[in-house]
Design a binder for this molecule. Sequence first.
Ligand code: GTP
Ligand code: MG
Length: 195
Amino acid sequence: RSSAPARTKKHMLKLVILGDSGVGKTSLMNRYHSNKFTGQYKATIGADFLSKHVSITDQTGNVRNVTLQIWDTAGQERFQSLGVAFYRGADAVALVYDVGDAKSFDHLDNWRGEFLRQVGIDEIGANFPFILLGNKIDRPEGERQVPRQQAEEWCQRAGLGSMGGPIPHFETSAKTAENVEGAFLELATLAVLHE
Ligand code: GTP
Ligand code: MG
């Protein structure tokens, strides 16, 4: 009789949102969690999480009911006091930039590298589930500073060796809700597949 060793599946998945200040990390989390948006900016201090129950289909086609613990972190350096502690135990990470802010895109390597360093994963050939979100896609097209193709090239490069393919990329708007649900579902699914 052959039976695979019993393996306890997690009921709680920790998802971490990283990226520069002002790109819309808090707004994305609030849109996904509560379907709310405010145009007012209030800097995140330290980090905070919200929980959400979802059903995810895993690789064997089984539907899994899991609780997502979504950690929203501070983009501003002076508010990153507890940094490392928030990264620990992450099951998947969303890296966020603003499509209208080239600097926020340029800093993605730092966010990715710093995360991997903090959790002790070798950056070369890192096998960790990331997704990339280009937020504020509702901005007028004239304000776009990061072409979609440039982001996809970054995903090819940064994704080499991780989960065998490029990092998934979504252009989102926390303001209009475009692609927000789909992006978090992909993030949660990656976390489940990575277990
Ligand atoms: P920190 O907490 O400092 O790291 O910033 P953050 O990444 O959490 O940014 P936050 O969600 O607070 O959003 C910053 C500003 O951008 C706020 O004024 C939001 O209303 C605005 N914003 C966020 N998402 C969008 C979006 O999709 N479209 C537009 N037009 N504005 C957005
Ligand atoms: Mg914030």
